[in-house]
Design a protein around this ligand. Structure first.
Ligand SMILES: NC(=O)C1=CN([C@@H]2O[C@H](COP(=O)(O)OP(=O)(O)OC[C@H]3O[C@@H](n4cnc5c(N)ncnc54)[C@H](O)[C@@H]3O)[C@@H](O)[C@H]2O)C=CC1
Ligand SMILES: O=C(O)CCC(=O)C(=O)O
Length: 409
């Protein structure tokens, strides 16, 4: 098993937000025994205090990793986002401190697509309202405002992993699929891409949103866009809470402009399962409200736990950064019989010359060297004969532009 500069049992790992036990299992198997788990997200001040001595941090969508949090996290080496979205993380602040961020870009794709499709069927049949009435002892037997999904038009906004998976499932039920994306995408099956959001809104019986949280998607669906939707259509949002303005949506449901809505994500979400959920959508007929569980299936969570924990362990063990969302990607081979030095520096001229000079002066032969850079940082990995890394470690830290060094023995 690889030896890291710090004993593995001293490497502190904190996993928040009820990350699946499969993650702990993977980390323990890899020799990382100092793993602490917390069921919910932490309040901002407690988060800052708790991350001060943590080397690896695992979160899901609720924990906001701001510049301030990174500033407090002096020892942080990497963050695992045990989900798809990474909008909750200030990726630049992380990069500037040589903190690599990893996520699981596909593990819950199917779970979200299945939920959306189920919601579309339930909403077209008015099931949320009929269900509530029956639970209260009532009986709403009626076909009024109840429709089959077959033959309806599904408009998908954001034809990425989830949008395109949903497209295939929807067509298998006989739906027509149109989509809007800022990039020209290969349509799957008989789906076709439309040229504007308005075109999609005007044609769709059901609109489903699958865009990331970006400046360009913030409040993408507001009063104007809802007005552009078909009378009696349905809106589904399982993307991010900042994509839909909730007040105009609530108004559109009350006025019956929309037949229904299913919302999984909200501008403000409770931090834990014990906190109150507050929303103007509470109590409205034919609205499905779910607590950000689009990706919360046993299958997805177990897979995410494995995938992200493996990425963290691999980065810690041998420096591999493949699929990192904010770091130059390096796929590194094992380094038996050699010490491996990881050097992360600002991407400015002269750093590599200075590094190589140190090895030359110390008369240490470089066995292998891997360099990857992005606009702001350089990541160089240097393998040397076992037992020699310690001789240059301190000098490497002094190279102007150095952000962090780490040695794997
Ligand atoms: N509710 C939940 O539990 C979950 C929510 N999500 C959310 O779903 C989002 C989408 O996930 P994926 O499909 O995996 O992402 P993806 O990156 O594969 O696809 C996103 C698509 O949106 C498109 N897009 C970006 N900006 C756009 C704009 N302004 N207008 C139209 N299209 C635009 C992109 O070109 C891309 O095709 C994630 O970023 C995440 O925020 C993801 C998983 C679970
Ligand atoms: O499961 C979670 O906490 C977040 C799911 C999600 O929104 C994502 O994967 O981006």
């Amino acid at each position: 098993m690889t030896k890291t500069s710090l004993d593995k049992n001293k490497i502190k790992i904190l996993l928040l937000e009820g990350i699946h036990p499969s993650a702990v299992e993977v980390l323990k198997q890899a020799g990382y025994t100092n793993v602490e788990t917390v069921a919910g997200a932490l309040p901002a001040e407690e988060l800052k205090a708790r991350v001060a001595d943590v080397h690896f941090l695992g979160i899901r969508s609720r924990t906001q990793l701001t510049e301030e949090v990174f500033e407090a996290a002096h020892k942080l080496v990497a963050v695992g986002a045990f989900c798809i979205g990474t909008n909750q993380i200030d990726l630049n602040a992380a990069r500037a401190r040589a903190v690599a961020v990893f996520n699981a870009p596909y593990s819950n794709t199917r779970s979200v697509a299945e939920l959306v499709l189920a919601e579309a069927i339930l909403l077209l049949r008015g099931i949320p309202e009929k269900n509530i009435v029956a639970h209260r002892g009532g009986w709403l037997k009626s076909a009024s405002n109840s429709y089959e999904i077959r033959g309806k038009t599904l408009g998908i906004v954001g034809y990425g992993s989830i949008g395109s998976q949903l497209s295939v499932l929807a067509e298998s039920l006989g739906m027509h699929v149109i989509f809007y994306d800022v990039i020209t995408k290969l349509p799957l099956g008989n789906a076709h891409q439309v040229h504007s959001l308005n075109e999609l809104l005007a044609q769709s019986d059901i609109v489903s949103l699958h865009v990331p949280e970006l400046a360009s998607t913030k409040w993408m669906i507001g009063a104007k866009e809802i007005a552009a939707m078909k009378e009696g259509s349905i809106l589904i949002n399982a993307s991010r809470g900042t994509v839909v303005e909730i007040e105009p949506l609530a108004e559109a449901i009350k006025s019956k402009k929309l037949l229904g809505a299913a919302i999984d994500v909200f501008p403000v979400e409770p931090r834990t399962n014990k906190d109150e959920f507050i929303s103007p959508l509470r109590g409205l007929d034919n609205v499905i409200l779910t607590p950000h569980i689009g990706g919360s299936t046993m299958e997805a969570q177990a897979n995410i736990g494995l995938e992200v924990a493996e990425k963290l362990a691999k980065y810690s063990d041998n420096g591999t950064t493949t699929t990192s969302v904010n770091f130059p990607e390096a796929a590194l081979p094992a380094h038996p019989g050699r010490d491996r030095i990881l050097h992360i520096h600002r991407n400015v001229p002269g750093v590599m010359t200075a590094i190589n000079q140190i090895f030359s002066e110390a008369k240490i032969n470089i066995a292998a060297q891997y360099l990857q850079t992005d606009d702001s940082i350089g990541y160089v990995v240097i393998d040397v004969e076992a037992g020699t890394a310690d001789k240059v470690k301190d000098a490497l830290k002094e190279v102007p532009g150095t952000v962090r060094t780490r040695v794997l023995f």
